[in-house]
Write a protein that binds this ligand. Sequence first.
Ligand SMILES: Cc1cc2nc3c(=O)[nH]c(=O)nc-3n(C[C@H](O)[C@H](O)[C@H](O)COP(=O)(O)OP(=O)(O)OC[C@H]3O[C@@H](n4cnc5c(N)ncnc54)[C@H](O)[C@@H]3O)c2cc1C
Length: 338
Amino acid sequence: MADVVTLTVAEVIVETADARSIVFTIPEGHQAAFAYAPGQFLTLRIPSDRTGSVARCYSLSSAPYEGRVQVTVKRTGYGSGWVCEELRVGAEIDVLPPAGVFVASSLDRDFLLLAAGSGITPVMSILKSALRHGTGQVVLVYANRDEASVIFARELAELVTQHPGRLTVVHWIESLQGLPSARMLETLAAPYRGRDAYLCGPAPFMAAARTALTVLGVPRERVHVEKFHSLTGNPFEQTPEPVAAGSETARLTVDLDGETHTVAWPRQRKLLDHLLAEGLDAPYSCREGQCSACACRLVSGEVKMLNNEVPDAEDLADGIVWPASRCPVTDEVSVSYE
Ligand SMILES: Cc1cc2nc3c(=O)[nH]c(=O)nc-3n(C[C@H](O)[C@H](O)[C@H](O)COP(=O)(O)OP(=O)(O)OC[C@H]3O[C@@H](n4cnc5c(N)ncnc54)[C@H](O)[C@@H]3O)c2cc1C
């Protein structure tokens, strides 16, 4: 796979009993590919005796201005356990460059950040970047099991001291306060309902936070969500399926990087595979339609899903589709990455 780069581990930081930050050295010639926006993630190829490798996404917890490329991983299962236990300084690992759409369109706004557990990772990058480059106010509501499991506790306290008028951090400690319910999150978020909201954490926390914001009347377009889950496929091992000669095609129009392209699209081929086969530089990471990196907008026509992914009803309503898993239904389809 063309985009895979082998990175070297420069530093391993013990954040909590269960979480490690890994800082990578980017090899000469790949700096531009590893430039990232706060909120984006890397995809790591984790070796496995059982399957050769597994692919896991990890959000960048560093901010671009810090001049480092760092992910933070909480040990929960096979892949994260391997990262936390086996990755040492000097180790090499195959990585796909930064991807993802959990990014702020402008850092110059007021932010409402809602994070739980390892969900702090992309939120931390956005928070630090907004404080450094923006001028707005930032509120972070951060839920954790107990005080010992708060990742970046000291760094957050230092940031509050450095930006007293701009950053407010509200810690929610479950061992003391119970699970953060939608009702409690509604109360905490109410004064900030006019802001752009960024959410990341375990599924029950995300559900509660979304309910709270809906009740508060925060419009859907101002609520940004990053869902953590494990990829079921492996983009490091995949090659696009060949297309039989003489296959029926649809006509595809793509707006990408300021240009419009029109190509024939074989009906059995997934959109992302076809764009890459046509030499178009469409963004992607997992190649399955699970990680959101390949998202584009369906402008006209109809496409169908090939796998059993569960689409987000609100994304569908907004016309967002995941090209890694879509084939044409209508004879004409138009999509846009703009
Ligand atoms: C966009 C995005 C960003 C993310 N960012 C972060 C982040 O910043 N920090 C973070 O901690 N997490 C993050 N995640 C979640 C992360 O990608 C993983 O889902 C999480 O670490 C759990 O993976 P795991 O392999 O440890 O656990 P699981 O996925 O629960 O592992 C169990 C799976 O591994 C398989 N397995 C077990 N043993 C083996 C073996 N020997 N070989 C092969 N397979 C085996 C099992 O069959 C099972 O399917 C993010 C996810 C996404 C999509």
